[in-house]
Design a protein around this ligand. Structure first.
Ligand code: HEM
Length: 403
């Protein structure tokens, strides 16, 4: 195992250029499950506790009174909530108040109403991707498209706006990568562009209400049940949260199917029995969000480590999802894995609001791909996002072999 200087580095962005440092994470789980991590990156805080075991990630997540989200869930020094309040960065009572207002737009019933439409969208995405003799880019042509179309649908945004949304959310979530955030100002510029866009959306829906979340939030007289700043923060969060996350669950999943053709065969041989478990395994395997962080509100002991009030704590979901204590053979990509209590959507009061939506998107995509594709082949090496926050692929050159 490589130790960089005095630190078992699992948080510097460049460590992730070849994928998550699985060996180091396994070492931390076994030897230092709550690890005092130093950082030397101008964008990021200089110290935080790394929590790497499944049990401990759950315990910290379900105790928001001691481990607060209000000072941000990213280890960046400057984050979105410095510009606009958004629920992922709130504690109660604000968190419950805003989440309740929005969750009506995300109940399984509401999201299922989109299901048939998503199946059409997914088929369209797959047909277009395969039009070129089976060669396609798994990220640009497939994985990025469906989540963008889906979030436009939820928010009532025109489909053509997805290209702008793509650019902004890349900059926001992958701000440690110079390709997405070439200047120090790029992060703030994207935040402000999204804030302006939220205002445009509200205005448009006041003029022509539709069957979407923004219209549902606006009262009959066009009033919002939250402050303008909270509404802008909410739209910003929704535009960003459902994009690269779902994109990378799809991209890593397709990558895994290319690397494990036997698992594609299992899926094709009995889709009815395996689609749901395959979707869950793709999400566990991808762990698109590598970590979310918290700030301790009081001195607290976790696994014998003395965490002080004000200390940052990073919850390493990717590591928790490979924890040998929680999963049988966690290094195996197994589309029949059941049970699969992964933590890729987080745990506790901030559990991902878009989980049902993301699952439906992945399922729709697999259903569109399975009948016509005998196997997937990787035709060139992938490029990864330079980030320790987001486990991201920039491209995924694939060839689909027709059935
Ligand atoms: C596979 C795809 C996805 C993954 C891996 C993912 C991951 C996560 C995680 C780990 C959290 C927990 C944050 C915390 O505890 O601090 C979260 C929260 C959230 N996610 Fe997702 N997400 C995905 C898709 C989506 C989609 C499609 C949407 C919506 C369009 C969405 C909207 C949200 C929102 C609004 C929150 C904040 C909830 C709160 O603070 O109460 N996510 N997500």
């Amino acid at each position: 195992m490589t130790v960089v200087g005095d630190t078992v580095d699992v948080l510097s962005p460049e460590v992730y250029l070849d994928g998550p440092p699985w060996e180091r994470l396994a070492w931390l789980r076994a030897n230092a499950p709550v690890y005092d991590h130093r950082l030397d990156d101008p964008l990021l805080v200089d110290r935080c506790w790394v929590v790497s075991r499944h049990d401990d990630v759950r315990a910290v997540s379900r105790d928001p009174a001691t481990f607060s989200s209000a000072d941000g869930i990213h280890l960046r020094r400057t984050a979105t909530h410095h510009f606009r309040p958004n629920m992922i960065n709130m504690d109660d009572p604000d968190h419950s108040r805003v989440r309740k207002l929005v969750s009506g737009g995300f109940t399984p019933r509401v999201v299922r109403a989109f299901e048939r439409h998503y199946a059409d969208l997914a088929r369209g995405v797959v047909d277009k991707a395969l039009a070129n003799g089976g060669a396609f880019d798994g990220v640009r042509d497939v994985a990025a498209e469906l989540p963008l179309l889906a979030i436009c649908e939820v928010l009532g945004a025109p489909e053509a706006d997805r290209f702008r949304i793509f650019g902004w959310s890349n900059t926001l979530l992958s701000s440690e990568d110079p390709e997405y955030a070439p200047t120090p100002e790029a992060f703030q510029e994207s935040v402000m562009a999204m804030v302006a866009y939220a205002g445009e959306l509200a205005e448009r829906r006041r003029r022509e209400p539709g069957d979407d979340l923004v219209s549902a939030l606006l009262g009959p007289d066009g009033d919002l049940p939250l402050t303008d700043a909270e509404f802008e923060g909410l739209v910003l969060l929704l535009l960003a949260a459902g994009n690269e996350t779902t994109r990378n669950a799809i991209a890593h999943g397709l990558h895994a199917f290319a690397a494990h053709p036997d698992q594609w065969d299992v899926l094709r041989s009995d889709p009815a029995a395996t689609l749901d478990t395959a979707v869950e395994e793709m999400i566990r395997w991808a762990s698109p969000v590598n970590y979310m962080s918290r700030t301790a509100t009081s001195d607290v002991d976790v696994q014998g480590q003395k965490i002080r009030a004000g200390d940052k704590v990073a919850l390493l979901y990717a590591s928790a999802n490979r924890d040998e204590a929680a999963f049988a053979a966690p290094e195996r990509f197994d589309v029949r894995r059941d049970p699969n209590h992964h933590l890729a959507f987080g745990f506790g009061p901030h559990f991902c609001l878009g989980a049902t939506l993301a699952r439906i998107e992945l399922r729709a995509l697999l259903e569109a791909m399975v009948p016509g594709i005998a196997s997937l082949e990787l035709t060139a090496p992938v490029r990864r996002v330079r980030s320790s926050f987001l486990n991201g692929l920039k491209d995924l050159p694939l060839r689909a072999i027709p059935a």
